[in-house]
Design a binder for this molecule. Sequence first.
Ligand code: FES
Ligand SMILES: [Fe+2]
Length: 382
Amino acid sequence: MAMDQTVINGKGKIRSTLKGEFYTSPVIFDLEKKEIFSKSWLFVGYEYEVADPGQYLTTKVQGENILIVRGKDHVLRAFLNACRHRGATLCSESSGKTGIIRCPYHSWSYGLDGSLRGVPKSSECHEELVNNDTYGLEEVHLQTWHGMIWLNFSENPESLEQQLDTQIMERFGELETFARYQIPTLRVAHSKEYDVKANWKIIVENFQECYHCSAIHPELTAALPEFKSGIGTQNQVGLGASFNENLEAFSISGKGNRPMLKGLLPEDDRLYFGMTIIPHVFINLTPDHVITHRIIPISEDRSIVICDWLFDPEEMAKPDFDPMDAVELFHRVNEQDFEACQWCQENMGSRAYKNGGILVPIEHHVSKFYDYVLESIGMKDA
Ligand code: FES
Ligand SMILES: [Fe+2]
């Protein structure tokens, strides 16, 4: 029986999911790239990685090679990492430090502000090219927020605060709790990249509900017993999940004696906060470390997820510092989640899912996410 988008049992308690084609159609994927990912602020790295003039990092997002570099004027800028001459990638290393950006192909050179500075053997048109705004590197909007670097590909981006602080407010009801974790002071101690054979939305939906927690996350539900109920605290205003009373730290062994992060208050102890920052970031706050996830959609049925574990650099400098006990807990959660996402992706093209599946009330935040996607891509009536 085909299901209506909003009500099927007359009480409005059950909603159908998005139809299978939303997870298999390259046309819808392109629409999402254009209407969601090209218009949203996207998380690409940390400010500390490019703290000094000349420091750069490269990344690939929205199918574009990106170069992020701090200028001699200390301003952080992002450019398309493509030479204006014949298009060669300018910087191939993932990070480094340089005084000038020189193309490896014919040696055109650009200042750290993106301006074209040198064109070898071009005496006849050198003046016309060099220091002419028209031939500098193509700049991409960049802003920082809590030590994180965000890019926006639209010509006139919405305010970064409008996108990000609004979601912090929805999660906490205020901005202070999140700020206490002082992400700008933390450093990545460990990072993992997951190649997930699933549409980006399946990964977001999974993080939006804890209905699956008792079935697939034995370690997580042991650490956070209230997750067994299926009502995750990710989306309940201001609430964190309390640690199991036997747990000393948010780690696979449950052991640990790192101090709380410096800005935290006694009431932040022994709590886990998870949150989604639409469209592509999850942030997990624990007393002694922070975990970030960013989803990079690759195609309609594949996404890369980069997960970083951040700690206080003072702790990292200690000879006995070892993040792996903490890393292992969420690494297992990630593997469990992404495997489940792949179970679903496999059948998105099935006749069984032609009209979508069924959401139960406990998953109501997924429903909110559907509204966001459908509205963004102009398919509210799909
Ligand atoms: S492509 Fe860069 S100098 Fe020719
Ligand atoms: Fe999960």
